[in-house]
Design a protein. Structure first.
Length: 192
């Protein structure tokens, strides 16, 4: 069975070659160790008994990560700030997991903006929770790549991905910009 969902103007689906899960359209498997994970749609495992995408390690020590991802033309998002939201839950995640979003420019090996939630990742076991990533899509962007990833062993489920344009008062979660921006010194007081 193949499934496709339209959210925020972007087609959301999942494509997978070898898995016990259904294969939706539009997505593909990648990562440093994609063959050590099963990925696809887990029927009825989503919120309120709906379907959800899943990534599950099939190796006790994958020594890498697997991601279920999609590429999209930036289209109406060019020159704007976007927020990607989605819901995720985790079971026995030994490393970390999260959503990721990257904005690319043709002919460049460096992303224009990127966030993979590594600093605020899911670990262990957790119930459904909403997460967000906010990035700028510069005018020279040629691709928006996004998905969910699982590093090391465990299983995650995710659903309800959505994209929206937000104004510049909403701060970005761009990892590259956060590393470049100087940190303000904090006043420390040792007095009681």
């Amino acid at each position: 069975m193949k499934t496709a969902i339209m959210k925020g103007g972007l087609l959301i689906g999942v494509a997978l070659a070898l898995s016990s899960y259904d294969i939706p359209t539009g997505w593909f498997v990648a990562g440093s160790q994609p063959k050590k994970y099963e990925m696809g749609v887990d029927q009825g495992a989503g919120q309120a008994g709906k379907n959800a995408a899943t990534i599950r390690s099939i190796d006790a020590a994958p020594n890498g990560f697997g991601t279920l991802m999609q590429n999209s033309a930036p289209g109406k998002y060019l020159g704007k700030r976007i927020r990607m939201t989605g819901y995720m839950k985790a079971k026995e995640v030994k490393g970390w997991a999260g959503f990721w979003l990257r904005v690319d420019q043709a002919g460049s090996q460096r992303a224009l903006s990127f966030d993979n939630m590594s600093g605020r990742a899911l670990k262990g076991t957790s119930d459904w929770k909403k997460y967000e990533i906010v990035l700028d899509v510069p005018a020279q962007a040629s691709n928006i790549a996004y998905g969910a990833l699982l590093d090391d062993a465990g299983q995650i489920w995710f659903d309800n991905l959505n994209f929206e344009v937000v104004d510049t008062s909403v701060p970005t979660t761009d990892k590259a910009k956060m590393l470049e921006e100087p940190k303000e010194p904090k006043n420390l007081s040792f007095e009681e």
